[in-house]
Design a binder for this molecule. Structure first.
Ligand code: NAP
Ligand code: MG
Length: 501
C-alpha cells in the first residue's frame, strides 16, 4: 500500500457518532479532550418576525451531508407569499422598534450576537461542516472566528456612523434583501447582516439551498440575543425564492454574492425598480510567482490559494503564473506538496480538503476537467484513495494551456489549477489582467519595489503580497470588472447600507 493510500484509510475513521431520535438526529462529535452533541431536527421552518413559521405551500426540501451523501433534514421551500411575509415583518421592524432605538442600544444587540456566536462556535462549526463539506479545521479555525469578528467589528460602528462619511448626515437604506452562496455560508451571512444592522436596516436573507442549516441556527441566536422581532428574517428555498426577493416591491436594497451569471440576471430584474444593488461575483484570480520569491512559502500560498475549501472560493488563486526560469523546480515542489494534502472525511480534524459541496458541483468540475483535457497542455492529478460515499475530487492542475482554453478563462469553483509561465513583470501583469474578472491576485517576490510595481498594474480588488486567502473584517473586499461592484468589510462595507442625506 502506498503512503497516500495508507493516509486515506486513516481519514475514513469515523469521528462523529450519529444517533436517530424521535425529533431528528444527534451527532456526537469528539475531538479529545472535548466531545459535543449537536442536534438536527427532523425539519426546519422559516424565521419570520422572530418566530419559526411553516412555509405557506407546506413543501420542504432535503439538505444532505456532502461528506457521506446522507440526508440531514428537511427545510422550508419558500415562495412569493413567504418572502412577502418576511418583507412585511422586516418593514414593520424598520418603521418601529428598531429605528426608535438609540445607536448605542442597537450596537449592544450586535455585540450580544457576536458573543453568542463565540459561545456556540463549536456547534456552528460542526453544523457548517456537516451541511457543507468543508474540513472541520477550516470551519472551526477560519470561518467561525471571522464570523464573530465581523459582528464585533460592525457592532463598534453602530454609534459612530457620523465618521463613515465625515461631515455628511447618513440614514439607513431600509429593508435589505440578501442572497448568499454555499461556499462560506455563515461567513457570507456575517458579511451581509452585520453591516446592515449596524447601519440601522432590517433584513430578509436567503441562504443557499445546500447550506441553510447554520443560518437557521443563527436565527436562534438572534432570538437568544433578544433582537426585536423582524429585524432579521431568514427564508430558505431555491433560486426561485431568491428571485421573489429581488422582485419584491417593498425591498430597498439587494446584496448578492454568487455567480456572475445569476448576478447579471438579478441586476436586470432589480434595475427596473428603485433598488440599490451590490454584487460580489466570480473570479479567475492570478497568483504570480517570481523567481526571486521564497519558493517554499510561495508553494504554500499556491496550495492555500486553490485547494483551501476545495477550491470553492470566489477569490481562489486559480491561475498560477510562474516565472519561466523556475518552472520545473516549481512543478516538482508543487507535486510533492499536493501529495501531502489529506482529502477525505470533513469531520476528521486532520483533513485538509473535504467534500465537494454538492453532486451537481462535482459533476460540473468533472465535466470542465474533461473538457480541459481535450484542449491541450498537460494534466496532473494526485492519485488518492477517495472515500466511496460522498462527493470527492482530488487536487489537480493543468499546465501550459493556451490563454483561450476553458480552464484558463472560466471559474471552475473546485480544486483545479491552471499554470502558465511568464518572463518579465510586464508580461505577468498583462497575463494576469487577461480575464473578464478582477476579484483578487497574489504576488510572490522578495523584492518590495517589484511587488508594488506589479500590484499597481493589476486590475483586481484585493491584492495579496507573499500571502494568499487571508481575510479580515477591517478590510474592504470586492471586485473589478465582472467580479461585481460595491465592497463588503471595513468602512467601505457600510456605504451600501447607508443613504447620504
Ligand atoms: P449562484 O448559483 O449564483 O447562487 C447564489 C445564490 O443565489 C444562492 O442562494 C441561490 O439559490 C440564489 N439564486 C439562484 N438563482 C437565483 C435567481 N434567479 N434570483 C435570485 N437568487 C438566485 O452561485 P453559487 O453556485 O451558490 O455560488 C458560487 C458562485 O458564487 C461562484 O461563482 C463564486 O465565485 C461566487 N462567490 C463570490 C463571492 C464574492 O465575494 N465575490 C463569494 C462567494 C462566492 P440556490 O442555492 O437555491 O440556487
Ligand atoms: Mg447540505
Amino acid at each position: 500500500m502506498s503512503m497516500t493510500k495508507k493516509k486515506a484509510k486513516t481519514q475514513t475513521k469515523k469521528k462523529a457518532v450519529k444517533q436517530k431520535t424521535k425529533k431528528g438526529m444527534v451527532f456526537e462529535y469528539s475531538e479529545a479532550p472535548e466531545s459535543m452533541k449537536v442536534e438536527i431536527a427532523k425539519k426546519y421552518e422559516n424565521y419570520i418576525g422572530g418566530k419559526f413559521v411553516a412555509p405557506k405551500s407546506g413543501k420542504y426540501f432535503e439538505t444532505t451531508n456532502p461528506g457521506t451523501g446522507e440526508v440531514l433534514t428537511k427545510l422550508a421551500l419558500s415562495f412569493k407569499e413567504d418572502v412577502d411575509s418576511a418583507v412585511k415583518a422586516a418593514r414593520k421592524a424598520f418603521k418601529g422598534e428598531w429605528s426608535e432605538l438609540s445607536a448605542s442600544e442597537r450596537g449592544k444587540y450586535i455585540y450580544r450576537i457576536a458573543r453568542l456566536i463565540q459561545e456556540r462556535s463549536r456547534e456552528l462549526a460542526i453544523l457548517e461542516t456537516l451541511d457543507g463539506g468543508k474540513p472541520i479545521k477550516e470551519s472551526r479555525d477560519v470561518d467561525l472566528p471571522l464570523v464573530a469578528q465581523h459582528f464585533f467589528y460592525n457592532a463598534g460602528w453602530a454609534d459612530k456612523l457620523e465618521y463613515v462619511l465625515p461631515g455628511k448626515e447618513v440614514k439607513p437604506v431600509g429593508v435589505c434583501g440578501q442572497i448568499i452562496p454555499w461556499n462560506f455560508p455563515l461567513l457570507m451571512l456575517a458579511w451581509k447582516i452585520a453591516p446592515a444592522l449596524a447601519c440601522g436596516n432590517t433584513v430578509v436573507l436567503k441562504p443557499a439551498e445546500t447550506t441553510s442549516l447554520t443560518a437557521l441556527r443563527f436565527a436562534e441566536i438572534c432570538t437568544e440575543a433578544g433582537l426585536p422581532a423582524g429585524v432579521v428574517n431568514i427564508v430558505t428555498g431555491a433560486g426561485e425564492t431568491g428571485q421573489a426577493l429581488v422582485e419584491h416591491k417593498d425591498i430597498d436594497k439587494i446584496a448578492f454574492t454568487g455567480s456572475t451569471e445569476v448576478g447579471k440576471l438579478i441586476a436586470k430584474t432589480a434595475g427596473i425598480t428603485h433598488k440599490k444593488l451590490t454584487m460580489e461575483l466570480g473570479g479567475k484570480s492570478a497568483n504570480i510567482i517570481f523567481a526571486d520569491s521564497a519558493l517554499d512559502q510561495a508553494i504554500e500560498g499556491v496550495i492555500a490559494g486553490i485547494y483551501f475549501n476545495q477550491g470553492h472560493v470566489c477569490c481562489a488563486g486559480s491561475r498560477v503564473l510562474v516565472e519561466e526560469s523556475i518552472k520545473e523546480t516549481f512543478l516538482k515542489k508543487l507535486q510533492k506538496r499536493m501529495k501531502q494534502i489529506r482529502v477525505g472525511n470533513p469531520m476528521d480534524k486532520n483533513t485538509d480538503m473535504g467534500a465537494i459541496n454538492s453532486k451537481e458541483q462535482l459533476s460540473k468540475i468533472k465535466e470542465m476537467v474533461k473538457l480541459g483535457q481535450g484542449e491541450g497542455g498537460e494534466f496532473w492529478q494526485v492519485d488518492n484513495d477517495l472515500p466511496r460515499k460522498g462527493n470527492y475530487f482530488s487536487p489537480c492542475y493543468f499546465v501550459d494551456q493556451s490563454a483561450s482554453c476553458t480552464i484558463s478563462r472560466e471559474e471552475v469553483f473546485g480544486p483545479v489549477l491552471s499554470i502558465t509561465t511568464f518572463r518579465t513583470p510586464e508580461e505577468a501583469i498583462a497575463k494576469a489582467n487577461d480575464t473578464n474578472y478582477g476579484l483578487a491576485a497574489g504576488i510572490w517576490s522578495e523584492k518590495g519595489s517589484k511587488v508594488h510595481k506589479v500590484a499597481a498594474g493589476l486590475r483586481a480588488g484585493v491584492i495579496w503580497a507573499n500571502t494568499y486567502n487571508k481575510f479580515d473584517a477591517t478590510s474592504p473586499f470586492g471586485g473589478f470588472k465582472e467580479s461585481g461592484y460595491g465592497r463588503e468589510g471595513g468602512r467601505h462595507g457600510l456605504l451600501p447600507y447607508l443613504e447620504v442625506k
